[in-house]
Ligand binder design. Structure first.
Ligand code: NDP
Ligand code: AKG
Length: 411
């Protein structure tokens, strides 16, 4: 099942639990606006290359639309649509005054030089600058993009609209970025894991973790689990996977990667087949890369007791059913990885106020938001007698539905 079908199915299930009117359900599902643009740039050798860029603005009933921009070869309109819809429910679960959006360009960032990436980002921004803005739609990093990408968007956008730091979040500190945003998604994942484990009488210290994806989210989550006494026993990325039953020395692995080493060549662990990574014995499994990685083929073989969806849409609905029958507890993406957009919100607030918070305040507020969402989700699970995914979906969908109804339909 593709990401859009799966996300829409989860939404419809939540809508039924909430008893939403079918016309409202239809209106909440259809995106506010879909943007598709051609981006042609000269490569460093002078030849031309064309890419397709997307921005889907899903819903703005609760505020300006918000969501990352992904650079990856599998980016297409359906996937961006699904990710934009997830952002609408995610910002609502976190009680942020935002709607949802997502963007992306179908490209392999690793095959482009820095100056080619800069040209591509600037051309994309030229094509969408009239449709984004501090109070309309605020992009941020996602897979394949980072603070530098946001700096280029900020610079290009500002040529048309004047200096506008709050038009993007996740930007470099020197350009108005927030302390703590780089680590925020991973840190939020750790807070979410801590709350879930505590409910089951367990803690991070003494638990074993497996992490798929060692980019922004995966490496920060691994590093904070390690810092708190958790044992990260296996990690995988696009180059391969590694394991060490005694626990991987995460700071040493980060140093190895920062020095240009490939994850699979780290000598503090042994190589393992990437196909085995998600089904290896552990307490907590964290997909931190692509969507749809847990499916009907591998779900029956998962041995983890808890799955924390740090990636967006890592579990398809068939896998969800299989995992539920096996008693595996799945903490859903629209809550588990919301730390990124929560600190993006803090960054936007700081830009608008022109006042910078210290990192301690950012992390303390992040924890408050994560804990409050967890309690609200548990409440919805009780009220609707449902699992955590439906608890999160009913919480988010209900908030968006109420805002939509309150705004009214008068033309
Ligand atoms: N960044 C953020 O703030 C947020 C991100 N997310 C979600 O988290 C996930 C990861 O994002 P982020 O960390 O920012 O992305 P990054 O681009 O920083 O890192 C992605 C990681 O995934 C790895 N990867 C890519 N393809 C595969 C594959 N087929 N198998 C195994 N590993 C793979 C990459 O490997 P390599 O480095 O070798 O290419 C890299 O380690 C995405 O689903 C994203 O939507 C959710 C909320 C916020
Ligand atoms: O920080 C943001 O605004 C959005 C992050 C994002 O794209 C996500 O949560 O999936």
């Amino acid at each position: 099942m593709n990401a859009l079908a799966a996300t829409s199915r989860n939404f419809r299930q939540a809508s039924r639990l909430l008893g939403l009117d079918s016309k409202l359900e239809k209106s909440l599902l259809i995106p506010f606006r879909e943007i598709k643009v051609e981006c042609t740039i000269p490569k460093d050798d002078g030849s031309l290359v064309s890419f397709v860029g997307f921005r889907v603005q899903h819903d703005n009933a609760r505020g300006p639309m918000k969501g990352g921009i992904r650079y990856h070869p599998e980016v297409d309109l359906d996937e961006v649509n699904a990710l934009a819809q997830l952002m609408t429910w995610k910002t609502a679960v976190a009680a942020l005054p935002y709607g949802g959006a997502k963007g992306g360009i179908g490209c392999s960032p690793g095959d482009l030089s820095n100056s080619e990436l800069e040209r591509l980002t600037r051309v994309f921004t030229q094509k969408i600058h009239d449709l984004i803005g501090t109070h309309t739609d605020i992009p941020a990093p996602d897979m394949g993009t980072n603070a530098q990408t946001m700096a280029w968007i900020l610079d290009e956008y500002s040529k048309f609209h004047g200096h506008s730091p709050a038009v993007v979040t996740g930007k470099p500190i020197e350009l108005g970025g927030s302390l703590g945003r780089d680590a925020a998604t991973g840190r939020g994942v750790v807070f979410a894991t801590e709350s879930l484990l505590a409910e089951h009488g367990k803690s991070i210290s003494g638990s074993t973790f497996i992490i798929q994806g060692f980019g922004n989210v995966g490496s920060w989550a691994a590093s904070i689990f390690h810092e708190r006494g958790g044992k990260v026993i296996a990690i995988g990325d696009v180059t391969g996977s590694i394991k060490n039953d005694n626990g991987i020395d995460v700071p040493a692995l980060i140093k190895h990667k920062n020095e240009g080493g490939a994850l699979k060549d780290f000598n503090g662990a042994e190589a393992m087949d990437s196909k085995d990574l998600l089904v290896h014995e552990c307490d907590v499994l964290l997909p931190c890369a692509l969507g749809g990685v847990l499916n009907r083929e591998n779900a029956p073989h998962v041995k983890a007791k808890f799955i924390i969806e740090a990636a967006n849409h890592p579990t398809d609905p068939e896998a969800d059913e299989i995992l539920a029958k096996k008693g595996v507890v799945v903490l859903p993406d629209i809550y588990a990885n919301s730390g990124g957009v929560i600190v993006s919100y803090f960054e936007w607030v700081q830009n608008i106020q022109g006042f910078m918070w210290d990192e301690e305040k950012v992390n303390m507020e992040l924890k408050k938001y994560m804990n409050s969402s967890f309690n609200n989700i548990k409440q919805m699970c009780k009220s609707h007698d449902c699992n955590l995914r439906m608890g999160a979906f009913t919480l988010g969908v209900n908030r968006v539905a109420r805002a939509t109804l309150l705004r009214g339909w008068e033309a």
